[in-house]
Design a protein around this ligand. Structure first.
Ligand code: TXA
Ligand code: MG
Length: 346
């Protein structure tokens, strides 16, 4: 299969031919990759179980890991699942945006999409291309991240092409994703909610509308939950490059001196922009973003993990982020990429 890549800059009238082509692929049971504000998604008609099976096949995704259903407007969520008063409160505060909510599904959503679960995850993306595609398709779009299963999520159309060339008919290229990490995934329980996957909508933000916000144990300690997890995605070693990820718990300058003494020639390091000149010249030094700029570090993470592999580094050293605020999402992706190991350096 030939994979077309169409560049879209904005939702102007000139682009409507492209949207019509993409929408008709979706409606006829085919797959289209598209940008969202978090990462690129690999979309299909969420009402079409056979199309969902093609998504699992193209990704090499384990059959028990359900897909997120994307809707154009928050109000459309009620067609897909049993929306509760708390859902509407959360939707009012954070949708459209990088937040996914899980609730009991309605019958219109086939079991193939939810991998047999009685619940479905719903998200309303804020990215104008994603929004417009769902609207023109006229159906909700089920979409996981558009990477091959196990590799880092794609944050550019180029990443999608690397993983999906020849496997899908079309990629919509909307440039690099703004956020760069996948959406926050939450489950609702009465007045409170549980974070199954942290993202740009933080615990602290959710606390402004939910009576109580819990963080699933698997978020900070993936190795502590084996088998019985609330979200199937939690049990897979995700977000992971071929290089070994060494997560180092150390102060900023301790980190630099530790890497300079412990790394082998050809190893890679994620360096704060301010520290790029502080590392040995036989290391692959990748600029991670300014020292306190968590948004930029998040935006860069997956692209840098891919670059680490392209450059053939056997190992990559990364400083361990904190476990609060926007850093929790970074921490969660890195701890999983590192297979739950942290090197403590004092
Ligand atoms: O930002 C995002 O969420 C991106 C963009 C494309 O929207 N999508 C994404 O999808 O990251 P995916 O499939 O890579 O991750 C979805 C996660 C998985 O860990 C899956 O197990 C969980 O959400 N999930 C989906 N439906 C669920 C359900 N019914 N119950 C529990 N977990 C669910
Ligand atoms: Mg994924």
């Amino acid at each position: 299969m030939h994979t077309k890549v169409y560049k879209l800059t904005k939702t102007s009238a000139d682009d409507e031919t492209i949207y019509r082509e993409a929408a008709s692929l979706i409606r006829s049971g085919k797959l289209v990759a598209f940008p969202t504000e978090t990462v690129y998604g690999l979309g299909c008609n969420a009402f079409d179980g056979q199309a969902a099976l093609k998504v699992f096949e193209a990704k090499g995704r384990p059959a028990d890991n359900p897909l997120i259903v994307h809707v154009a407007f928050p109000a459309d969520a009620s067609e897909v699942f049993a929306a509760t008063p708390l859902f509407w409160k959360i939707a009012e505060a954070f949708m459209p945006g990088p937040l996914t909510v899980i609730l009991p599904k309605k019958d219109v959503i086939p079991n193939e999409v939810t991998a047999g679960n009685a619940t479905v995850a719903v998200r309303c993306p804020s990215h104008p291309i994603a929004h417009h595609l769902i609207m023109v398709a006229g159906v909700p779009i089920a979409a996981p991240s558009a990477n091959r299963s196990g590799s880092p999520s794609p944050t550019t159309a180029g990443h999608v092409l690397t993983d999906m060339d020849g496997r899908i008919p079309l990629i919509l290229d909307g440039g690099p994703c703004d956020i760069g990490l996948e959406s926050t995934v939450i489950q609702l329980e009465g007045d409170s909610c549980v974070i199954l996957r942290p993202g740009a909508v933080t615990k602290e933000m959710l606390e402004t509308v939910c009576a109580e916000v819990k963080v699933s144990r698997a978020v900070v300690s993936p190795s502590s939950v084996k088998g019985n997890v609330p979200s199937p995605g939690m049990k897979y070693k995700h977000y992971s490059p071929s290089a070994e990820v060494l997560l180092v718990n150390a102060g900023r300058f301790k980190f630099v001196s530790f890497v300079n003494s412990a790394a082998s020639p050809g190893d890679a390091v994620f360096s704060y922009s301010e520290d790029v000149g502080r590392f040995r010249k036989d290391l692959i030094v990748l600029d991670y973003g300014s020292v306190s700029d968590i948004e930029t570090q998040s935006r860069n993470l997956y692209a840098l993990l891919r670059e680490t592999d392209e450059k053939g580094a056997p190992r990559v050293f990364v400083r361990r982020p904190k476990q609060s605020g926007k850093q929790l999402a970074l921490f969660n992706r890195l701890i999983r990429a590192a297979g739950s190991r942290v090197l403590n350096v004092n």
